[in-house]
Design a protein around this ligand. Structure first.
Ligand code: PLP
Length: 441
């Protein structure tokens, strides 16, 4: 078909005004009728509201959001934004691709092969696999090394909840392992573990206290010591720092390379926290332990999809060059952002929105680096009669949607999580939101 014919055929396929309007009206009215029958008050449903609702039905539910909260790894906003190379890799993988095909032999291949070499190179491990998310990585590790009733020995100081109800004792139970608690909430020593080791010990589990810190009279066993005891060690390091940061903002986060060097059988971490890639869970470690995880029935249930795998592969490739990683991977670029660049973006944003600059602290978020405060400027908007909650709501409901931070009487826009390209769109969104909620400005 020629382009002209295609165009004509597409024009013919357009629905009639009547059909489009009727369908939309039916859906909107049915929804409203159901609300009224369920007891909703009529005074919040004037005609204008229903027209807005009908238009809303045409918008996709999942929408891009401008993150002006300053929270870098924002779980509610999809955690890590992808690097340009990772976005391009996703676009290349959307059609057919050699996900599980060895192009050389034409035989069935393994999806894990696409990232295993780079993961091993970056962490020093013998073998690696990627699964659906960090929680899945830990579940699989526990099931592979201590499932079927084996004992999993964990310090009482590490029986933590990660968020969304993901609790270590429950994960251990779901993995089919028996939890053996040792030590106390604040102090656990090497002897506590060694005394608990017996014939049924499947593995020793260490879990990084990602989202909180215990301070004061505390003691936990380092991974190097734990690995001297004999049983395989599972080390859930959480955030996915590959190489120890010597003095930067990531200095408090354990690295995968360190745990691998210590001899941990399986090191588990997330793909979309400080690694800055897609949602994924990574398992790196010894060849035998990774083989046990790979052949466990849960591995199939937890397997990673091709789009995430493509993004992960591209993100890992950037990590090969630490300089490149810090400039190209958004999470790292924001964490290591030069204060001058953030200041300049704040100035521009203040100018374009009529806000004023205030000093604030932003957080990393996503249950990582709970003590780290990133100080810097933010732009405070005067919310006028709409009040801060009213203006914040109008910003959320705008197009593009904007997530701001409400602090006392003002709405704050934090430049740390914005790109320079966001500033223009954000200024437009602020104008529209002010008009929509009568906040003036
Ligand atoms: C975040 C985290 C997890 C869960 O990882 P997800 O990628 O969120 O599923 C597990 N363990 C630790 C220590 C974590 O910090």
């Amino acid at each position: 078909m020629s382009t002209e014919e295609q165009r004509r055929s597409a024009l013919r396929a357009l629905p009639s005004v009547d059909r489009l309007a009727t369908e939309l009206a039916r859906a909107t009215l049915a929804e409203r009728r159901a609300e009224l029958l369920a007891g909703a008050l009529a005074d919040d449903g004037d005609e204008a509201d229903l027209v807005a609702r009908a238009l809303d039905l045409l918008r996709p539910s999942l929408r891009p959001v401008i993150n002006a909260t300053g929270v870098i790894v924002h779980t509610n906003l999809g955690r890590a934004p992808l690097a340009p190379a990772a976005r391009a890799a996703v676009a290349r993988a959307v059609g057919y691709c050699n996900l599980e095909l060895d192009l050389e032999t034409g035989e069935r291949g393994s999806r894990h092969a696409h990232v295993e070499r780079t993961l091993c190179e970056l962490t020093g491990a013998e073998a690696a696999i990627a699964v659906n998310n960090g929680a899945g990585a830990l579940l699989l590790a526990a099931a592979a090394l201590a499932g079927g009733g084996g004992e999993l020995i964990v310090s009482r100081g590490q029986l933590i909840e990660i968020g969304g109800g993901f609790r270590i004792p429950e994960v251990v139970a779901q993995a089919g392992a028996r939890l053996v608690e040792v030590g106390t909430t604040n102090r656990t020593r090497l002897e506590d573990y060694s005394r608990a080791i017996g014939a049924d010990t499947g593995a020793l589990l260490r879990v990084h206290t990602s989202n909180f810190r215990a301070l004061g009279f505390v003691e936990q066993v380092e991974v190097e010591q734990l690995c001297t005891l004999g049983p395989p060690v599972i080390d859930d390091i959480g955030s996915g720092v590959l190489v120890q940061d010597e003095d930067g903002p990531l200095v408090d986060e354990p690295s995968a390379r360190r745990s691998v060097a210590a001899g941990a059988a399986l090191v588990c971490f997330s793909g979309d926290k400080l690694l800055g890639g897609p949602q994924a869970g990574l398992l790196v470690g010894s060849a035998t332990a990774v083989a046990a995880a790979r052949s466990h029935p849960l591995a199939r249930a937890l397997r990673i999809d091709k789009l995430s795998l493509a993004a992960l592969d591209a993100t890992l490739a950037l990590h090969r060059d630490p300089e490149l990683a810090r400039s190209q991977i958004p999470v790292l670029a924001m964490l290591f952002a030069d204060a001058g660049a953030v200041d300049a973006r704040a100035q521009l944003l203040a100018q374009r929105t009529g806000g004023r600059i205030v000093q604030t602290e932003s957080r990393v978020g996503g249950g990582a680096l709970p003590l780290l405060e990133l100080s810097g400027p933010a732009v405070a908007l005067d919310a006028g009669s709409a009040g801060p909650a009213g203006l914040a709501r109008a910003l959320r409901l705008g197009d593009p949607a904007v997530l701001a931070r409400v602090h006392r009487d003002s709405v704050l826009l934090d430049p740390r999580t914005l790109s320079d390209e966001d500033v223009d769109r954000l200024a437009g969104a602020v104008r529209a939101a002010r008009a929509a909620c009568g906040a003036g400005g």
